[in-house]
Design a protein around this ligand. Structure first.
Ligand code: AMP
Ligand code: ZN
Ligand code: FE
Ligand code: FE
Length: 295
């Protein structure tokens, strides 16, 4: 540290979306924003794609930020769809490539079926306009939600989900999702660490069941838990810390930043909007065996 610099601790954010999936900020701009916010360690975790990683890493190297390659994969579980982050990918294994292809086929098959259902319900919407709203290859329900908002069929994305796109809503169509082990193996195969995203949002009835479920996920290759997360309550955060400790799982933290698509969420902020200190994710840094970033 230079003599005139104050020792403000660096932050971390291991869950960031960009325009490659359903975020509104490009990979390049995401890294610049992280840098300005004092984030020393970050990960780009777009849904089902690694396309933004190379550009982000290149920008990060120039700015002195450590940017991990990553992604987020939705998988099946007995509690519905849950999300697995892959953090610190070292290469792109054939297994991961095949898995992402399969997921992409599932999306291509599902999206037009949702649009068809909406048309049958009397809404004027086309697959072309949905496609135009996606900047990258990944097209999903958030883009359909945006199209519905643009056409004033819903006030905002949350309402569009509630009215049309949630599992219990009128235009919902299932898409193919892998099993936990398939996603975890594909991530590990690529040198990354599989981490369960926002574990506190999974609708699990009680603490005992939560612990059993997380234990089961660990046996299927999920090595970490995203404990520090904006919509976790302080109680949930404490509960997850204790489970992570008991099950010897890696603790991580991330904001799930989506730019304007998730108003009120800022990079580097986790549970209750508190900063995610770099030190909080030291076990991930140690497991990946990467040098700790410093100012
Ligand atoms: P898809 O993978 O295309 O089925 O879309 C799932 C994504 O939609 C999730 O990862 C979220 O980013 C977003 N999403 C799911 N539920 C909601 C909701 N109720 N409001 C806003 N966005 C949502
Ligand atoms: Zn998203
Ligand atoms: Fe998620
Ligand atoms: Fe996410």
């Amino acid at each position: 540290m230079k003599p005139n610099e104050t020792a403000v601790p660096l932050l971390a954010d291991l869950h960031i979306h960009t325009t490659e999936s359903d975020g509104t900020v490009t990979p390049d701009a995401a890294v610049k924003r992280a840098h300005v916010l004092g984030i020393g360690l970050m990960a780009i975790t777009d849904h089902d794609t690694i396309d933004g990683n190379d550009l982000a890493v290149k920008t990060a190297e120039k700015l002195g930020v450590l940017c991990l390659r990553g992604l987020e994969i939705s998988v099946n579980s007995r509690f519905g769809s849950i999300h697995v982050l892959g953090l610190g990918l070292q290469h792109f294994s054939e297994r991961l490539e095949k898995l992402l292809e399969q997921i992409q086929i599932g999306r291509r098959e599902r999206n037009p079926r949702i649009v068809r259902k909406l048309k049958l319900l009397g809404f004027d919407i086309s697959m072309e306009e949905v496609r135009d709203l996606a900047k990258g290859e990944i097209i999903g329900r958030p883009h359909i939600a945006k199209a519905l908002v643009n056409r004033k069929y819903a006030a905002d994305q949350a309402e569009a989900f509630e009215l049309f796109l949630n599992r219990s809503s009128a235009a919902y169509v299932e898409r193919w999702r892998p099993e936990v082990r398939q996603a975890a193996d594909a991530i590990s195969d690529s040198g990354g660490i599989p981490v369960l995203a926002h574990p506190g949002l999974i609708p699990i009835p009680d603490t005992g069941t939560r612990k059993d479920f997380l234990h089961q996920l660990k046996s299927r290759g999920v090595l970490g838990l995203e404990v520090h997360y904006p919509s976790h309550s302080a109680e949930m955060h404490t509960q997850l810390e204790s489970i992570a400790c008991d099950l010897e799982m890696i603790k991580t933290g991330g904001s799930d930043f989506h730019g304007e698509n998730k108003p009120g969420i800022e990079m580097g902020r986790g549970t209750c909007g508190l900063p995610i200190l770099l030190d909080y994710v030291r076990s991930l840094i140690e497991t990946l065996n990467i040098p700790l970033p410093c100012r």
